[in-house]
Design a protein around this ligand. Structure first.
Ligand code: SF4
Ligand code: SF4
Length: 889
């Protein structure tokens, strides 16, 4: 970076070329008071507090918007400068209440600090007579316009960081104020309650409802989605009372979404937390000691043969928890029947990307999205399911630096920002992507040298494109062929291009084919193995990547090492000092099927709620009720825990040490901020106790760091990871040795499998399509305000205010044809069951498609969904099934 020299207050300083005067002054350690300036935001120059004198420049330039130049002579404290600053602050305080002692931001307020710095004690101007009503409608924060100084930091944060644009400065002159569009209350606006505006407000105008200040903070990781945002939990009196995002060195750059910022403390301290073990006696769950419960679990599980027992681990648990849980299955129970909810979300990512690239994980890093010239977001409602990645996408587009292609049957939020929106029919992704690739090949937009040097099987793949002429593609997908051509050109010619996907791609009976199609597209255009390119599956839960990495899967040990490989098996047998089964175990869906058939008789289930999350959920519930013995380990009495013979209370993420691996393969430290609630215990401790009580060695861990050391010794991709290396941030695997810096993007020189493999594909329709009896498609979606089966988020009052119940989104044309009005209760029926919920009539859903979430136990959507499996990954077809809709009587 080129340097320049300046003289600031008589001092010679160096600055980077391109810095503003304010940045140069601050870099030299000199303080200039500011109010509208915010390093996270574009320079604004509104408050005029940062005026300076610059020799040979007329007037008093504003430091935050003036570029520093070589040889510049700057004076930051002159009589003229100080006069302006005094006038500015005196005018601001005239228009501001003088009640600092009762203000929620007292001692935190930047206006207060600036006034103190300038020594302003008098109020020479008459006080304002204007009084605004305080907007207290938002459940998490208040907007008190009486304290607003119109610096626009909140409105700029809402525009520049979140890309939402929910608030702005409206009206003119003395009438200017922060408003929502249409002057609605915050609760009724498009505001997403992310709180970015609140964190950037310098005064008490936007302030959290929780006004207590923490006594100390503990750095940890958000327990919700796979973005893995780093956050400080604020502690006071042994309770988590606040959350603050970490800026430096974090994947989320100081940003959080509503769930992370406001959805944490209430669930941790919720009165319904399980705090003592429960054992079923005379048909009822009754309190027991840990010794009673653990001895019972250990003695009961010991009674079953290895093909009669299964373990379900959890993507909400840490890496260390998952490692011990899968070890318990393999060592103590002698079975590979261990799986977790990745089977229901990203199993095809592993089966597909392993075939194409040799590694089934996100190829690139989140922070590379901002440098992409083109972003293809297919099958991902990113702003709802991975909100902070949604910020990255919107920022790239709003800065004019990236083209955005959205491929989604529903009119999701990202469509507002898209250059092209491809509204394909649900389940037609292969046809859409192969159509785009046909255009790229026909128009010579492919990267021939990359294909020749780095890939194999291209000819067979190219041959398979013959099935996808654009008339066929248009007929299957419903997307006009001109749009397919436009999207193909945009993706192929704007490099680097990155491709993001989520469960819209994977949750299909041909989910693996969908994933293979995304990999083909990236290889065809050379958009892989370089920064800001790649195929990037966005993982759902906080540690779904880690649960897969650590072997909570039926066919692989930690690090995706095959149980069927004799050399690998021998390595684990030596380390774990016991013989291991060579037979891959049952997958999650097969476990429930086997339970229904009474082949599986006992299940140890950690942190999952299959009664709501399994497809054809009634069937899964019946399977669980058939079991001789069900142990459920969780934070709350979930719908599944109610069926258990033993319920073990688990400590939450805030009450234990460990690591999560986020969607971009980044292993990050989870830290204990408070003591476990009641008599709850960390999951790794509980599983270790069961292992020990079943008479096994190798379960005598006393701290999760010991578990990580064992993981590193057996898992090549985690070989260089230890707690000491994770102290200041995270490491992205592969990190094979102690001096390896981690890997931000994969496949740079060679693919993990050597050459990238093109896969020929055919179009396969969803297993169940509409017919006369069931004329509509049901697809599943996510709400920004809830998570998974709602076990945790529904404990948070404010999140429930935003989304209190299930909504069946349906197109106005369908609603009108059925005589259904917005807000009316309707019955949705599939071949497997029926659910009653409220209709939401909206253009978001295309004609012929209804959409529901699965967050609400009262309207269990998965009663309806189709358990038909992708034959390769065994993921069920949660995204498409046929339903009928009628008014509920
Ligand atoms: S909470 Fe977020 S979306 Fe709402 S106004 Fe503030 S920045 Fe905008
Ligand atoms: S984006 Fe995901 S990880 Fe980040 S705060 Fe929101 S839920 Fe938590």
């Amino acid at each position: 970076m080129e340097k320049i020299s300046l003289t600031i207050d008589g001092q010679q300083v160096k600055a980077k070329k391109g810095m503003t005067v304010l940045e140069a002054v601050q870099a030299a350690g000199i303080y200039i008071p500011t109010l509208c300036h915010d390093p996270d935001l574009e320079p604004y120059g509104a408050c005029r507090l940062c005026v300076v004198e610059i020799e040979n420049v007329p007037g008093l330039p504003i430091a935050c918007t003036t570029l520093a130049t070589d040889g510049m002579v700057v004076h930051t404290e002159t009589p003229a400068v100080n006069q302006v600053r005094h006038n500015v602050v005196e005018l601001l305080t005239a228009d501001h209440p003088s009640d600092c002692l009762t203000c929620p931001q007292n001692q935190q307020c930047e206006l207060q600090k600036v006034a103190a710095y300038l020594g302003i004690t008098r109020e020479p101007f008459p006080k304002t007579t204007r009084v605004f009503p305080v907007d207290i409608s938002n459940p998490f924060f208040d907007l008190d316009r009486n304290r607003c100084i119109l610096c626009a930091r909140c409105t700029r944060a809402c525009n520049e960081i979140t890309g939402v644009g929910a608030i702005d400065l409206s009206y003119r002159g003395y009438e200017t104020k922060v408003t929502t569009f249409g002057d609605k209350l915050l609760l009724e606006s498009i505001c997403q309650s992310c709180g970015e505006c609140v964190t950037h407000c310098p005064t008490g105008a936007l302030a959290p409802k929780e006004s207590r200040q923490p006594t100390h903070e503990v750095l940890t990781i958000c327990p919700y989605c796979g973005v893995g945002c780093q956050m400080y939990l604020g502690i006071r009196g042994g309770q988590v009372i606040s959350v603050r995002a970490r800026s430096e060195g974090s994947p989320n750059r100081g940003w959080l979404c509503v769930k992370g910022r406001y959805g944490i403390s209430e669930f941790i301290h919720h009165p319904e937390r399980l705090t003592t073990p429960l054992v079923r006696r005379n048909g009822k769950l009754a309190e027991a000691t840990w010794d009673e419960a653990l001895d019972l679990v250990a003695s009961k599980l010991a009674n079953y043969k290895n093909d009669e027992v299964a373990v379900i681990s959890s993507a909400k648990c840490t890496n260390e928890d998952n490692y011990v849980i899968q070890k318990l299955a393999r060592v103590a129970l002698g079975t590979n029947n261990v799986d977790h909810c990745a089977r229901l979300c990203h199993a095809p990512t592993v089966t597909g990307l392993v075939q194409s690239f040799g590694s089934g994980a996100m190829t690139n890093s989140m922070n590379e999205i901002g440098d992409a010239a083109c972003i293809l977001a297919i099958g991902t409602n990113t702003t709802a399911a991975h909100p902070v990645i949604g910020f990255f996408i919107k920022q790239a587009v709003l800065k004019g630096e990236a083209k955005l292609i959205v491929a989604n049957p529903r009119q999701i939020d990202l469509c507002r920002y898209a250059d092209i929106w491809l509204r394909h029919k649900p389940g037609t992704d292969v046809a859409l992507l192969m159509g785009m690739m046909r255009v790229i090949v026909d128009e010579g937009l492919l990267d021939s040298s990359f294909i020749k040097e780095r890939c194999e099987n291209f000819d067979a793949f190219k041959e398979s494109l013959n099935d996808f002429d654009l008339d066929f593609v248009e007929g299957i997908t419903g997307v006009p062929k001109e749009k397919v051509v436009e999207a193909a050109r945009l993706y192929a010619t704007n490099k680097p291009a990155t491709l993001l996907y989520a469960m819209g791609i994977t949750q299909h009976s041909h989910g693996t084919d969908n994933v293979l199609a995304t990999a083909n597209l990236a290889m065809l255009t050379g958009n892989i193995g370089k920064p800001s390119t790649g195929v990037n599956p966005l993982r759902g839960q906080s540690n779904v990547q880690g649960a897969c990495d650590l072997g909570a899967l039926p066919n692989v040990y930690p690090g995706y090492q095959a149980v069927s490989d004799p050399a690998i098996r021998e390595k684990f047998e030596l380390a774990w000092v016991c013989p291991l089964s060579a037979e891959p175990g049952l997958t999650l869906t097969e476990i429930f099927e086997a339970g229904y058939r009474r082949q599986i008789k006992a299940i140890y289930l950690v942190g999952e709620n299959p009664v709501l999350s399994e497809p054809c959920a009634r069937h899964a519930q019946e399977a669980l009720m058939e079991l001789d013995f069900l142990v459920v380990q969780d934070l709350f009495m979930s719908e599944t825990a109610r069926l258990a013979h033993v319920v073990l209370p688990a400590a939450s993420f805030a009450e234990k040490e460990g690591t999560f691996t986020n969607t971009e393969r980044r292993v990050q430290r989870v830290r204990k901020a408070i003591a476990p609630l009641g008599d709850s215990k960390p999951d790794w401790w509980i599983a270790s106790q069961i292992g020990q009580r079943m008479g096994n060695k190798g379960f005598d861990f006393t701290h999760p760091s010991q578990i990580m050391d064992e993981i590193a010794s057996l898992t090549p991709s985690y070989g260089g990871i230890s707690y000491s290396r994770l102290e200041d941030g995270g490491l992205q695997w592969p990190c094979p040795t102690e001096d390896h810096p981690g890997t931000p993007y994969l496949h740079s020189q060679l693919f993990a499998r050597g050459k990238g493999r093109f896969m020929p594909l055919k179009y396969k329709p969803p297993m169940e399509l509409p017919d006369d009896e069931y004329p509509l498609i049901l697809t599943t979606e996510r709400s920004l305000f809830h998570f998974h089966t709602g076990t945790i988020t529904r404990k948070v009052r404010g999140l429930n205010i935003f989304r209190p119940e299930e909504l069946v989104e349906m197109n106005p044309a369908d609603a009108s044809a059925l005589g259904i009005a917005d807000g009316e209760m309707i019955k949705v029926t599939s071949r497997r069951g029926e659910v009653v919920a409220k209709a939401k009539v909206t253009e978001v859903s295309p004609v012929g498609v209804v959409a529901m979430s699965f967050h609400f136990a009262e309207s269990p959507t998965n009663v309806l969904t189709n358990p038909a499996l992708d034959p390769v990954s065994k993921i069920p077809e949660l995204k498409v099934c046929a339903v009928k809709v009628e008014k509920a009587i």
